[in-house]
Design a protein around this ligand. Structure first.
Ligand code: ZN
Length: 102
């Protein structure tokens, strides 16, 4: 996802150079102006890609700490369904496998 933004940013900057060469033949100021705007746009895409990288990293860290929290919950008492012998959380009134109430 973030790589896509960076690639788009690089493509946009390349397009900026091409558009500069095209417009420069008509009007050098127009060419410089459009190239400037397009380079800003391309840089913005690369910045978004960079930002997504950081957000992704933070998300990963958060998920790891959340997984740590849920794995400690697994020490909760469990009970075994008398019908299908599936183990499930103690606070479930029904068996998640066969819906047997016990
Ligand atoms: Zn069951």
């Amino acid at each position: 996802m973030s790589k896509m933004f960076k690639i788009v940013g690089v493509i946009v900057i390349i397009l900026a150079l091409i558009s500069f060469l095209q417009f420069a033949g008509i009007n050098i100021l127009l060419g410089a102006f459009s190239a400037f705007l397009t380079v800003v746009l391309g840089t913005a895409f690369i910045a978004i890609g960079e930002l997504l990288d950081r957000v992704g990293y933070l998300e990963q860290q958060l998920n790891m700490s959340l997984e740590g929290a849920t794995s400690s919950n697994e020490s909760l008492p469990q009970k075994t369904c008398p019908k299908c012998l599936t183990k499930h959380d103690f606070d479930y009134p029904k068996c998640p496998n066969c819906k047997f109430e016990h």
